[in-house]
Design a protein around this ligand. Sequence first.
Ligand code: F0G
Length: 420
Amino acid sequence: MPKSLREFEAKWSRRTDPLCFSGVWRFRELLPFAEPTQVLTIGEGQTILQRADSVAAYVGMKAGQLYLQYEGLNPSGSFKDNGMTAAFTHARMVAARRAACASTGNTSASLAVFCSATGLMRAIIFIGSGKISYGKLAQALDHGALTIQIAGDFDDAMVRVREVAGRLGIYLVNSVNPFRLEGQKTIMYRVLEALNWEVPDWIVVPGGNLGNVSSFGKAFAELFELGLISRRPRLAVINAAGADTFYQLFEKHKLRWNGGQPDQRLIDAYYHALDQENLRAATLASAIEINRPVNLSKALRALEACNGVVREVSDQDMLDAKAKVGAGGLGCEPASAASVAGLKKLRQEGVVDPNERVVCILTGHQLKDPTATVAYHSSDPKTFDEVLGQRGVRRASFANRAVRVPNDLDEIIKAIEVYA
Ligand code: F0G
């Protein structure tokens, strides 16, 4: 075990070794469940932390205080690859031949990429009908995964995949798989590394199945216990308002980790009420369109360890924040922008101070969901309404509309002189 986090810097000079190149496995000592010879890597985790002053101004932070951790740079375009490399390593240790997941699209894309890149297992993917964006569906199909579209949503698909995996002995790679969460801890190690090993004040992350927040909390609790950091950052989890179980249970019903005994009756009663009213998750941020997060109790533990809070944001707020992130230099999908929209809310409430140092996690790439982006920037009211208006989005305050011109040199030049 390293005596200081700085010791990991020695790995940079050994980048020709895949275990030192990987943004996950160069921290191997902090997730020590596999022998080096067992590790399966495709070069995941080469991601960046970028200072984002224009986004800082948008959310009300001082310049230099907001950073975006861009996980869209992973091979499959989302943070999932950090966990998938760990799950695949474990799958190899137990000689699995088939792997399955239920997914809102990114876990399935990551599974499909890892299967096609390594040939280790056959991918079986469960998705809800009409619940997955085109970029992600394209990845599952292109990478050759067996794609099963069930008549239902993610929460239904999750129940079914657990049944099927149990019955057929298929390796499950959803974030109920603890090795996934081990891999995702490294997102936090890379944030610390990019900040020269200084701990930020806040980590802000979108919440869906609550794998990330659970994993981040574990990462910081362990580093603190090992004496490798002297304090822990605070965690903020951001739900979509249309899929806000964690917000409701934590902030409204005051559900807590309670030493490992969260109040199960409270949880059961909440889900029972959802069923009674036939309330399903509904948000444009399809990645986090989840009402029954599988990592609920681990997430409670994370919030306890890192003095966390939960907030919810509207689809409108997410899409506006997404446009600001894009204009600031990094492209993300709607769910990722929940982190920025949530930070804006926390600034307005005064929970986050403008002088604190904050890291928002951009979980997935812009090209994952081009439909929402194009509709937001469209000047055609019909396109806007079909994709966004019908889901309650009213404005595109930061739209960058295409300029239509005749195919005529003078007209084109005139347009450029007017607009640029
Ligand atoms: N952001 C993106 C882009 C995601 O794809 C997900 C989850 C999350 C945030 C939420 O992360 O589950 O750790 O709280 N996507 C899963 C999937 C559910 O199937 O791809 P979480």
